[in-house]
Design a protein. Structure first.
Length: 75
């Protein structure tokens, strides 16, 4: 990201931060360089967090199911 900033390409630096999931950096750069699509960045961040929450919840369900199945097999 620093290389993009040194080259005078703040948009590329913001895009790089988003790709690397460095949302705080992306938002900070967007504010610093008056990036007009900051709301879109925040929406992407919220969506990424929501997806992560769903994946974690699904993982917990699968683990509980596997434990239950194992207990039934042993019992």
């Amino acid at each position: 990201m620093e290389a993009y900033l040194k080259a005078g390409e703040p948009r590329a630096a913001i895009d790089c931060a988003v790709i690397l999931n460095q949302w705080a950096v992306a938002v900070e750069l967007a504010q610093q360089f008056d990036y007009p699509q900051i709301e879109g960045l925040l929406a992407k961040q919220a969506n990424a967090l929501q997806v992560l929450h769903v994946v974690r919840a699904a993982g917990r369900v699968v683990l509980r199911s596997a434990r239950s199945h194992k207990t039934q097999l042993e019992g």
